[in-house]
Design a protein around this ligand. Sequence first.
Ligand code: ADP
Length: 245
Amino acid sequence: MAGKSDKLMVDGKRVDGRDPSDLRNVRMQVGVLHDADGSAFIEWGKNKVLCGVYGPRECIPRHQANPYKSLIKCRYTMSPFSSAEEHGRSGPNRRSTEISKVIREVFDNLIITESFPKTEIDIYMEVLQADGGTRTSSITAASLALANAGIPMRDMVAAVAAGKANNTLMIDLGKEEDNHGQSDMALAISHRKKELLLVQMDGMLTRDELEKLLIMAEQSANKIHEMQAASLKNVYENPEESFKL
Ligand code: ADP
């Protein structure tokens, strides 16, 4: 592991030529699905994630309905062709169940669920192509799809990974950096309040490194938020661009 980590920085540049604080190229498109109440597609480096939101709608089965708030249901899945690697089945598994759960908790804290008692809100995220950072791409896309569905939220959220490889602190780790680096931390940060709605960390960091990474992540989350705001604005200003991926 240390051997591979050594090769992740060459002459101050990362494997894909980025500086430590650079994001991969990100492209977002809102309103891409005809029948969903809200939707978004995100290309983040080589990651491609499609997100569809339905609701608030009647909660099925009814016994799950909460008389005080809407039930948030999240499903994160990787398509069978999303990665060339043999990581096992692409269908529901422990990893996708865990990611769906932590994403649900992000949005349970953001959506004003009390406004829609007895209903459910469904957030589906399909990873079409995976290259490290699919949970952060999915959260960023879901925030857009929820806004597109007109579902009231306390805040928007942008997610990004921060970590360490080859003894260098960096933002938005790609698959090689994620798999062979020293530490990788997925973060979801609300825009106005700067609340940390998700923190999942692999590996070790010192307190000082953690503090530096949180600052770097906040700066990156601000950049992602600007892109989110622009893509939301775009779908209403240029509706002819809807339903295109
Ligand atoms: P994330 O995609 O949120 O960074 P992980 O850290 O679990 O999640 O995975 C890093 C990368 O490893 C993924 O983006 C994907 O490219 C690859 N990977 C992980 N699990 C699988 C899987 N079950 N099938 C195919 N590829 C996977």
